[in-house]
Write a protein that binds this ligand. Structure first.
Ligand code: HEM
Ligand SMILES: *[C@@H]1O[C@H](CO)[C@@H](O)[C@H](O)[C@H]1NC(C)=O
Ligand SMILES: *[C@@H]1O[C@H](CO)[C@@H](O)[C@H](O)[C@H]1NC(C)=O
Length: 335
């Protein structure tokens, strides 16, 4: 029954996705990646991905957020090469063990289901890294955000870097200069930073990722003075001084499942959940101007977001004869 309803609900989602995508021109051309990469070798690839993302989104409204985040956590660690998807085995230590991913990154079963369907349709053809890029776009579209054309042709890594995952992905208590530096190291500027952080308009955070703000932000025993007092009070019961580490909170409690510009409106009201969110508004005039722009104009936010997602998706891809097309996203082909 639920399955039949999911299938019925999917058709308009898939139709929406393709009408939105084809209405947009390619945002920029890449030297190596090409939106038409699978046109001949796996013409149904994008439909297969979209239909499984649609089903997963229907079954779990948080899943779109979790899938979007996987592409970010993949691309920031040695490029968009699906390294985040590898489980530990042999010499590989899984990035799933890193601080940013442990007890937090999710959606791997959805990626597995997509990969099985693609292997059945076109064996050994569509990379896990491209699946993550497509899934990120579909997740944004299905929650009401912008569409964009996804450049394709990434290949998959033969290794992982738990150290890279710990060091290169920004932490929620990093200072704004540190965050800006970590984005710059990936070739991303402050427009990319402020636009991409708009992803926090959907999805959840655990208490442990922002607790420090509620009680002792700077070591003086006081809460973060960049956090609205009544919002902090509302967060404390389920995020006590100790315990409740894994309790979940919406990153955007106003419209938690809608991809919109509410995140930026929250920042203007000192209601960003993570310290790393609020500092975009409080700690630099340049980023604050962008926060105000996106809070006032959702269309510009959507345009910049789509452009920056394409840019993030081009971080150091493996192409040509480099890497491989994994058969199963959780392991390398020969190990
Ligand atoms: C300064 C950069 C960033 C920091 C410090 C950061 C940090 C975080 C943290 C701490 C969480 C909650 C994790 C947990 O407690 O389980 C989170 C969730 C999330 N992040 Fe970020 N993030 C950043 C940038 C991004 C970017 C660039 C994207 C996407 C392009 C993104 C997408 C998401 C999404 C969608 C969620 C919700 C995931 C879910 O509900 O499963 N984040 N982020
Ligand atoms: C940031 O959070 C990590 C993990 O909870 C912690 O070890 C570190 O001390 C924090 N850094 C600062 C500057 O508060
Ligand atoms: C706040 O943190 C500082 C430094 O980490 C610590 O010395 C102090 O005891 C803490 N204060 C409270 C009230 O928890």
């Amino acid at each position: 029954m639920k399955g039949a309803m999911a299938a019925a609900a999917l058709i308009p989602l898939v139709a929406l996705l393709f009408s939105v995508s084809s209405a947009y021109p390619a945002l920029s051309t890449s030297g190596q990646l090409d939106p038409h990469f699978y046109d001949d070798s796996c013409p149904k690839a994008q439909q297969i991905v979209a239909s499984i993302v649609g089903k997963a989104h229907y079954q779990d409204p948080r899943m779109a957020a979790s899938l979007l985040r996987l592409h970010f956590h993949d691309c920031f660690v040695k490029g968009c090469d699906a390294s985040i998807l590898l489980d530990s085995s042999g010499s590989i230590v899984s990035e799933k063990r890193s601080n940013p991913n442990k007890d937090s990154a999710r959606g791997f079963e959805v990626v597995d289901e997509i990969k099985s369907a693609l292997e059945a349709a076109c064996p050994g053809t569509v990379s896990c890294a491209d699946i993550l890029a497509l899934v990120a776009r579909d997740s944004v579209v299905m929650t009401g955000g912008p569409g964009w054309i996804v450049p394709l042709g990434r290949r998959d890594s033969r290794g992982a870097s738990v150290q890279g995952s710990n060091n290169d992905i920004p932490a929620p208590n990093n200072t704004l200069p540190t965050i800006i530096t970590k984005f710059k190291l990936q070739g991303l500027d402050i427009v990319d930073l402020v636009a991409l952080l708009g992803s926090h308009t959907i999805g959840d955070s655990r208490c442990t990722s922002f607790r420090q703000r509620l009680y002792n932000q700077t070591g003086n025993g006081l809460p973060d003075n960049k956090l609205d007092v009544s919002y902090a009070a509302a967060l404390r019961p389920r995020c006590p001084r100790s315990g409740g580490d894994q309790n979940l909170f919406f990153l955007d409690p106003v419209t938690p499942f809608k991809f919109d510009n509410q995140y930026y409106k929250n920042l203007l009201a000192y209601r960003g959940l993570l310290a790393s969110d609020e500092v975009l508004f409080t700690d630099s005039p340049a980023t604050a101007e962008l926060v105000k722009l996106y809070a006032a104009n959702q269309d510009i936010f959507f345009q910049h977001f789509a452009q920056s997602m394409v840019k993030m998706g081009k971080i150091s891809p493996l192409t040509g004869a480099n890497g491989e097309i994994r058969k199963v996203c959780r392991r390398v082909n020969h190990n």
